[in-house]
Ligand binder design. Structure first.
Ligand code: ATP
Ligand code: MG
Length: 265
């Protein structure tokens, strides 16, 4: 899955990727695989924390109702909350806007040993900001390079970055948004703006394709996750994170003292 879903160098064409792709699994198999193996990720988180040498930063981007919340709950929910830090990036405050766009982002990258999860991120500054023309073109155009430079600073300093675009189809998004309107328990999640953003869906796709293509580097790769089926999405994100952490070949640190010299009464 790691290789299949990681985008290659060059331009990504989202229309060539099927959001309904099931990666050869049935729902039952996927749920069972996740259930059976979830503790493998818990063990790796334990190692990451014990080692305290690096940070894992997971960036989640998606259209509205794309499943960022569900992914966080299902994939990272079973982990030790002490070792995770979730940050949700909303519309910037006045105070945040008075700084450069990366200021609020950098401040929330967690310390070594932790898993940081970004629910939206600095990519909003080349997505909604571009589509809704919140800054002039010559400002957002320069941001791809600024983002690459910023991420390079992080990766050179012990932060490992994995970026996921949860890819839902326009039809599936509509079905999910409608559900929010049909169920009083989901009213709080419904947002009229989500419907108006659908009118500029194509502009968002173009902005995503640019962001994914221009900011895809070996040390901070983008993955396009088929997300029309929640179970495919969860399994795919889980497996990519797992494989990545396994490859780090982390070791528990040795004792910093002579264990045999401690007198235990
Ligand atoms: P939910 O699943 O609860 O709807 P959400 O991430 O969509 O989660 P909202 O509060 O509905 O949260 O929306 C946050 C909004 O803030 C989004 O429309 C997003 O595009 C916007 N946003 C995030 N970062 C920026 C930014 N840098 N500039 C402008 N808008 C931003
Ligand atoms: Mg929203």
């Amino acid at each position: 899955m790691y290789k299949k879903l990681r985008i290659k160098a060059g331009r990504v064409d989202l229309s060539a990727r099927d959001p309904d792709e099931r990666l050869g699994f049935t729902k039952k198999e996927a749920a069972a695989a996740l259930q059976k193996n979830i503790q493998r990720l818990q063990e790796l988180q334990y190692l990451l924390y014990a080692e305290g040498r690096r940070t894992l930063l997971v960036v989640l981007q998606a259209m509205d109702a794309g499943g960022k919340d569900g992914t966080i709950r299902r994939v990272f929910g079973p982990l030790n909350p002490q070792g995770c830090r979730v940050t949700s990036f909303k519309r910037p405050t006045e105070h945040e806007l008075a700084h450069d766009f990366l200021w609020r982002i950098h401040a929330t990258v967690p310390e070594k040993g932790l898993i940081g999860i970004f629910n939206r991120s600095h990519y909003e500054d080349v997505l909604i900001v571009r589509v809704r023309k919140l800054v002039p073109k010559d400002v957002w155009q320069k941001r791809y390079k600024q983002i690459n430079d910023f991420e390079s600073i992080l990766t050179a300093n012990g932060v490992h970055i994995l970026k996921f675009f949860l890819h839902v189809s326009k039809d599936e998004q509509l079905a999910r948004l409608k559900k929010r309107l049909n169920d009083p328990r989901k009213y709080w999640k419904a947002n009229p703006q989500d419907f108006t953003e659908r009118a500029v869906w194509k502009d968002y796709i173009r902005a995503y394709e640019d962001a994914l293509s221009k900011c895809n580097r070996p040390k901070a790769p983008w993955f396009v996750i088929p997300a029309d089926n929640k179970w495919v999405r969860n399994l795919a994100v889980w497996e990519i994170v797992l494989k990545y952490l396994e490859n780090l070949d982390m070791k528990l640190p040795d004792a910093t003292f002579d264990v045999s010299q401690i007198e235990v009464e």
